[in-house]
Design a protein around this ligand. Structure first.
Ligand SMILES: Cc1cc2nc3c(=O)[nH]c(=O)nc-3n(C[C@H](O)[C@H](O)[C@H](O)COP(=O)(O)O)c2cc1C
Length: 330
């Protein structure tokens, strides 16, 4: 498992693993030459799971294995310094190969911010139950559990687990039996309105659409397997903007992940109806270097978000969400 994570990270650092259009390029903000706002007073803070954070940004799930401990702690420390949300990568390893899981207390590096535990939902069909979920939550003192859905990745992965039968009812059992909220995310192929609705019906209150147009798991697994499946399926998935707009019709808190590459993308995602965004790939290389490098790139995202809000005259995230300045151009 730890080898697989290493291969994923090496491929992400050394090959082009992004493909397609998120859809943000089809939108433009109308410039306001008289915004009547002091840029220094723009407030990007929001609440997430009852905690106040400085910007609607979630560091998306990437790692939890011991080999990448430093990378994970760099992300956690940066999230704490900037007061954002920190997600851990899959913690399956903690149950199946505990000697290969992180042995540092991650909470020590991010004591005050929301911290999210993570597991592939598919594990619920391969022996995991609420017991294992509770264990990974308690181990890191997480505020919520994130279950990821990744059928395309599993189908292309040579060792993939592809029995997705009855998964919705298994997720419901987890939602019913945990004391903390359950968030469901994709990993880059998007969540449709239909799936969002089913998740809402079983009690999931937050989803991350993790749509197409950013990190592309068909390409990553295609590289690993050295076969043509990556090329065949690199176009597969619901572009992030389309996923936001489909899921907007369902009354859920919405995280827009998948291909968020600037503060301008963040602003567009929020103006299109998302409550938060999540970011993975752009933080990966900085996280291999230092906490400071992660902070630098996140500060750039936040600065770009503020410039966008300034130039449309939005003083806070609520005003950005209600803006009429975003127009479709193609
Ligand atoms: C190297 C790497 C490892 C990842 N591992 C996980 C994981 O363990 N669990 C998960 O839910 N998502 C995982 N993801 C998916 C991301 O959390 C995110 O949803 C996806 O990459 C889309 O965002 P992006 O385009 O900003 O990278 C991983 C992404 C990358 C790049």
């Amino acid at each position: 498992m730890t080898n697989r994570k290493k291969e994923h990270i090496d491929i992400c650092l050394n090959k082009n693993v992004e493909y397609g259009d998120t859809g943000f390029e089809y939108y433009r903000f109308t410039h306001n030459a008289l915004p009547e706002v002091n840029m220094q007073e723009i407030d990007t803070s929001v609440d997430f799971l009852g905690k106040n954070i400085n910007a609607p940004i979630i560091i998306s799930a990437v790692t939890y294995d011991r080999e990448h401990q430093e990378l994970t702690t760099n992300l956690a420390k940066a999230a704490e310094k900037l007061k954002l949300v920190m997600s851990l990568g899959s913690q399956r390893i903690l149950i199946e190969q505990p000697q290969m899981a992180m042995d540092e207390d991650i909470r020590k590096h991010c004591p005050t911010i929301p911290l999210l535990a993570n597991l592939g939902a598919i594990q619920l069909n391969y022996g995991f139950s609420a017991n294992e979920c509770n264990k990974i939550i308690q181990n890191v003192k997480a505020d919520a559990l994130v279950l990821h859905l990744n059928p395309l990745q599993e189908a292309i992965q040579p060792e993939g687990q592809t029995n997705f039968k009855y998964l919705l009812s298994k997720i419901k059992k987890i939602v019913d039996n945990l004391d903390c909220p359950v968030i469901v995310k994709e990993v880059g192929s998007g969540i449709s309105k239909d799936v969002a609705f089913k998740l809402k019906q079983i009690g999931v209150s937050i989803i991350d659409v993790a749509g197409h147009g950013g990190t592309n798991w068909a390409l990553i697994e295609g590289h690993r397997a050295n076969n043509r499946l990556g090329e065949t399926f690199r176009e597969w998935g619901i572009p992030t903007v389309e996923a936001i707009s489909q899921c907007n019709d369902v009354d859920l808190q919405l995280i827009a992940g998948g291909g968020i590459r600037s503060g301008l993308d963040i602003a567009k995602a929020i103006a299109l109806g998302a409550d938060y965004v999540s970011i993975a790939l752009p933080l990966l290389r900085p996280a291999t270097i230092s906490e400071g490098e992660v902070i630098k790139i996140l500060q750039q995202f936040i600065h770009e978000l503020k410039i966008t809000m300034f130039c449309i005259g939005a003083k806070n995230i609520k005003e950005l969400q209600n803006t009429k300045a975003l127009v479709k151009v193609k």
